[in-house]
Ligand binder design. Sequence first.
Ligand code: F6P
Length: 323
Amino acid sequence: VKRIGVLTSGGDAPGMNAALRAVVRACKYYDLQSVGIRQGYEGLINSDMIELGPRSVKNIINQGGTVLKTARSAEFRTPEGRLKAYKHLKDNNIDALVVIGGDGSFTGANIFHKEFGVPFIGIPGTIDNDIFGTDFTIGYDTALNTVIEAVDKLRDTATSHDRVFFVEVMGRDAGFIALNTGIASGAQDILIPEQRDSVQELCESLERSEKSGKKSSIVIVAEGEKLGGVYELAKQVQQKHPEYDIRVTVLGHIQRGGSPTCHDRVLASRLGIAAVEGLIEGKTNLMAGIRSNKVVFTPIDEAIKKHNEIDTELIKVANILAI
Ligand code: F6P
């Protein structure tokens, strides 16, 4: 490889800029050229690209979002869109791609590779931590810290008013954010898509906490839980317990923004360099990840199809502490 194209795709995540910076600087270090592709695959389709060098990625390691911008490209899902993308890739002499994003972004790169043989390596960037082949995805740690800061604030009101707060956190298919922030913020109950919960059990948990002397409670609900959403849950609990003073807070996209934590910056820096080194070694259709603090490459098909399991020990921890 001589010239690597790099893009960010799918939902933004804090630390994507740090990964971009690492890719660009690793390219320079190994005497390769790097090209930034704007707005994910849209930038390939529209030939919206920019030459990058070590100085063009200065002062971005601390910035949330992605300076390259991102998109979920509908056109790239069509064969015509991908053909346009391939033409522009060739016109710009790009030999290989680094794709920073989630499983949707990797699926696109994988199809593109099958059709046109363009080598690529994926870097997992999503706050959801739902990608197989890495212990942590870029942005997850920052999102966790954003959530606990917000829930700590909500707890002030919950305590002052003796209220029950239902807090919805992100994670459309995965409960990693909910489970970990639930433990870290002392939630009475945590509802995640991976577990079969019921309104009955939730009510019992709240009743137990009341009997044990608790006057206020936090319930963390993952966006993807299967009981009809946070408002519906709150409504059903309120019907059973009209005496509870219940409030609902949806944290939403504040979880996706902000300056990345040290953990996310270091993770992104390591994976950015690993991706470039992987391409130099002739690797392709792989995702760079970190497992047990070592860089590992996982076949992209596995990264897309398999799922990280929720740790049952963490569920036990949450249950014991909610006594
Ligand atoms: O995948 C990351 C994520 O933040 C999910 O947790 C959430 O469901 C989704 O993206 C929201 O995406 P958007 O608002 O960008 O469409």
